[in-house]
Structure formats: structure tokens, C-alpha cells
Design a protein around this ligand. Sequence first.
Ligand SMILES: CC(C)(COP(=O)(O)OP(=O)(O)OC[C@H]1O[C@@H](n2cnc3c(N)ncnc32)[C@H](O)[C@@H]1OP(=O)(O)O)[C@@H](O)C(=O)NCCC(=O)NCCS
Length: 183
Amino acid sequence: MPDQLVLDTVRPVHKLPVSARCARYCLAMTIRILGPNDVRLFREIRLAGLANDPRSFGSNHERESAFDDDAWATRLASFAGRPGVVFASEDPAGATGIAGIGLAEDPSLAMLWGMWVRPEARRSGVAGQLVLSSLAWARDRSVGTVTLTVYPHNTGAIELYRSLGFASENLPDSDDITMTKRI
Ligand SMILES: CC(C)(COP(=O)(O)OP(=O)(O)OC[C@H]1O[C@@H](n2cnc3c(N)ncnc32)[C@H](O)[C@@H]1OP(=O)(O)O)[C@@H](O)C(=O)NCCC(=O)NCCS
């Protein structure tokens, strides 16, 4: 794999294969799981995503800007009452993106949600690294399949997930596309 490097520079959560292009940018990038002290950061970047890309998400800025600190802390620490985490990518200037993952009711299944990368950091491999970190988290919990939903018009995101091995399922009567990956 000539264009595959291993990201092991600044506090990586996992050793991740990255593209040569990403390697240049990612030297300054860290990926970490947000903790209880990151509520403000999580709120800021999630609301920025909802404001910047309202057509990408099932939720919206008006709804979530009304959440109090407890609600944000709960979302950071769990996924619908089950184990879940939010990963953030950061560079020296601050957080560049987030992605959440949590166990479904069937714990052999995990759901990826809330993927967002700041516009100025896009096409540098940030989302790819967030997905790979999320997959590693799921693998560590013996999850067999990771799933997500994406709107059909969101061709960039669909291409991202496809490039990482997710395949789409055609579900009847659904407005969005479900994509899954066996891990
Ligand atoms: C979709 C999104 C998360 C991608 O983030 P990113 O950091 O730019 O993605 P990456 O740089 O890791 O892209 C990896 C690969 O995914 C594909 N990809 C990513 N964005 C793409 C786009 N806009 N068009 C086509 N392909 C795209 C490419 O194959 C890319 O590899 P390449 O740059 O070498 O061609 C980002 O554009 C975003 O935050 N969009 C708004 C929110 C959103 O749609 N979230 C997903 C909700 S399901």
C-alpha cells in the first residue's frame, strides 16, 4: 500500500491508515473522544454544523439551540441511553469536526451520527479519520455492523461513506438512505 501511512503523531486514539494527502494535513490533527468538560465545545460545533448545513441533518438549529447543558452532557456520554461517544478532530486552532457513534438496541449494531466537518477543513481527510475512529470504537465493543442514514441529495457524504466501505440499502418508503458496513 504505497500511499498508506500510519497516523501515530499527536495523541492518536488509534493507529489509523491515512492517505498520503491526509498525512500532510493530519500531522497537526488529533482525534479524541469528548468528555464531560467538553460540553461547550460540543455545543458550539454541533450548532455550527446545524446552522451551516441544515439540509444534511434530521435535526435543526432551532431545536438544539434550546437544549440545556444537561442535555448536551447526556448526548456526549451516551446514545439514546446506551453506550455512545462523540469524537472530535482538532488542529492547533481548535475543533475541525465531529462524529458520534453509539450502540443500537441490538448491541451487535452501532449507529454513526452527526458527522460534520468545518468547511475550511474539508477534503483533507478529516471525516475519514473520524469514521475510522468510530469504527475502531465499535470494533472494540464487538459490534458486527455499523449503520448510518444520509439524505439522497447529500452526494458528498454518500461518496465519503462509500469510499470507506459502506454500502447502501434500499428501504421502501424511506426519505433517506441507510448505509451499512460489516466490521
Ligand atoms: C461530508 C463531509 C463530512 C465530508 O468531510 P471531509 O472531511 O471533507 O471528507 P474527507 O476529506 O475525509 O473525504 C474523504 C473522501 O470522501 C469523499 N468525499 C468527501 N466529500 C466529498 C464531496 N463533497 N464530493 C465528493 N466526494 C467527497 C471523497 O472520496 C474523499 O476523498 P478525496 O478527497 O481523496 O477525493 C463534509 O463535507 C461535511 O461536513 N458536510 C456537511 C455535513 C454532512 O453532510 N454530514 C453528513 C451527514 S450524513
